[in-house]
Design a protein around this ligand. Structure first.
Ligand SMILES: NC(=O)c1ccc[n+]([C@@H]2O[C@H](COP(=O)([O-])OP(=O)(O)OC[C@H]3O[C@@H](n4cnc5c(N)ncnc54)[C@H](OP(=O)(O)O)[C@@H]3O)[C@@H](O)[C@H]2O)c1
Length: 238
């Protein structure tokens, strides 16, 4: 029997490319999202689709009932909104981003983790933003930093069940999510490159998957600078 993977956020961007690539490789793919039209484009290719909002716990449980076991669960659905008017802090925006990126990941885990058996793998898509504080990214960065901890902690607790956990921290990828950015995105990757790097890392069972290498090295170096120095250097970013 071929292996099974469920991917949230598969109606667009990185998740969509992952769904296409795993399907082309002979996996059974459950592609999840909210946009019925874009999911239908995958369904005509023979990919199974599940349309639900990850912020709705009951809908996540409903999706889980359609499954009969998974080898790989990729929690990738996410959104990005920037805080543009600081020092006026937009609490509603902050709550929205935390709900979609973090709280909804919890709903997915509650519903879908029981589908992973011994030898299975959970992958959580965070971001390279967590290596370096960037202006306007308070909500997005906080949600992703929380996912980093979530994945690292789950890795300890799922080991006894034989479930591996991979944390994925991509650099900039050319997707609808980044198309809104007004700034130059260094080392921008295509979705094909990002999906390929993700799949290579998952196939190797890596705990931490991050790319592209040069960009990640730069972020880690800048992230290691004394706070005062980064405060001066980051002037004008954003
Ligand atoms: N692009 C980048 O540079 C980059 C870099 C680092 C990390 N990431 C992370 O990679 C992941 C994928 O991003 P992307 O760039 O591929 O973005 P994208 O093209 O905007 O796709 C986002 C996906 O998430 C789904 N989604 C969002 N909110 C949802 C909800 N409440 N319920 C169900 N599905 C929901 C969307 O589904 P619908 O459209 O159907 O609603 C869509 O399929 C995100 O977690 C993002 O933070 C992206």
């Amino acid at each position: 029997m071929s292996k099974g993977v469920l991917i949230t956020g598969a109606s667009s961007g990185l998740g969509r490319q992952l769904a296409l690539d795993y399907h082309a490789d002979g996996w059974r793919v459950w592609a999840c999202g909210r946009d019925e039209g874009r999911l239908a484009e995958l369904a005509v290719l023979g990919i199974q689709t599940l349309c639900f909002d990850t912020r709705d716990p009951a809908a996540c449980q409903g999706a889980a009932r359609q499954l009969d076991g998974l080898d790989l669960l990729i929690l990738n659905a996410g959104s990005c909104e920037y805080l543009d008017e600081l020092p006026r802090f937009d609490g509603a925006l902050f709550a929205r981003v935390i709900e979609t990126n973090l709280v909804a990941t919890g709903h997915c885990l509650a519903a879908l983790l029981p589908q992973l058996g011994k030898g299975g793998r959970l992958a959580i898509v965070s971001s390279s933003v967590t290596w370096l504080p960037l202006p306007r990214a308070e909500a997005y960065g906080a949600s992703k930093a929380a996912l980093d901890y979530l994945a690292a902690s789950l890795r300890l607790d799922l080991k006894a069940s034989g479930i591996g956990v991979s944390l994925i921290r991509p650099g900039f990828i050319d997707t609808p999510l980044t198309a809104r950015n007004r700034f130059t995105m260094p080392c921008l990757m295509t979705v094909a490159q990002a999906a390929s790097a993700t799949r290579r890392g998952l196939a190797r069972g890596l705990h931490n998957i991050h790319y592209p290498n040069g960009f990640i090295c730069m972020l880690r170096l800048l992230g290691a600078l004394p706070t005062g120095l980064w405060l001066r250097l980051s002037k004008g970013l954003g």
